[in-house]
Design a binder for this molecule. Structure first.
Ligand code: S3P
Length: 158
């Protein structure tokens, strides 16, 4: 069964996946390779729906493996994906607070998040609020990560 990390942008999914298993798979990296351009460019060119379609395809492929997987924060937008995650994987929700998210995303100039740069502060907060229930629906476990070091989080995941 795959071990899949879900959570909002900036929750530390990639960092924790890497600590859990150096051979982890990063869904956004696979998608970036497939679309042949940065995710922000693909959103601008093809739109979010086209991105979500590819994201679901990649998720379905990875659910057939036993790997540690870090997902993109929006993988839970699709009900189909949420059901798959709940039934077919050890899905761990890394739950983070919004202020930490903002600080991390702003500092991360290498990975531009279209949903952050293209939204108002209020719309971004609304997205964060709306997503909480979706992560909980898909998760088998919830880990509170605010204020914790990666080592502490990894220890808690076990
Ligand atoms: C998204 C999160 C991003 C990336 C894309 C959309 C989202 O991944 O997949 O920008 O909808 O929350 P991270 O969670 O790794 O930032």
């Amino acid at each position: 069964m795959a071990k899949i990390l879900i959570g909002f942008m900036g929750a530390g999914k990639t960092t924790i996946a890497q600590s859990l298993d150096p051979n982890y798979v990063d869904m956004d990296a696979i998608i970036t390779e497939r679309i042949g351009m940065p995710i922000a460019d693909f959103f601008a060119k093809e739109g979010e729906a086209a991105f979500r379609k590819i994201e679901s395809e990649v998720l379905e492929e990875l659910l057939k493996t036993n790997q540690v997987v870090s997902t993109g924060g929006g993988v839970v937008e699709s009900e189909h994906n949420r059901r798959l995650l709940a039934a077919n994987a050890d899905t761990i929700y890394l739950k983070i607070d919004l202020e930490t998210v903002r600080q991390r995303i702003q500092a991360d100039t290498k990975n531009i998040r279209p949903l952050f740069v293209n939204n108002t502060k209020e719309a971004f907060q609304a997205l964060f609020d709306r997503r909480q229930a979706l992560y909980e629906e898909a998760a088998s476990r919830v880990i509170l990560v605010s204020g914790k070091t990666p080592a502490e989080i990894v220890e808690e995941i076990g």
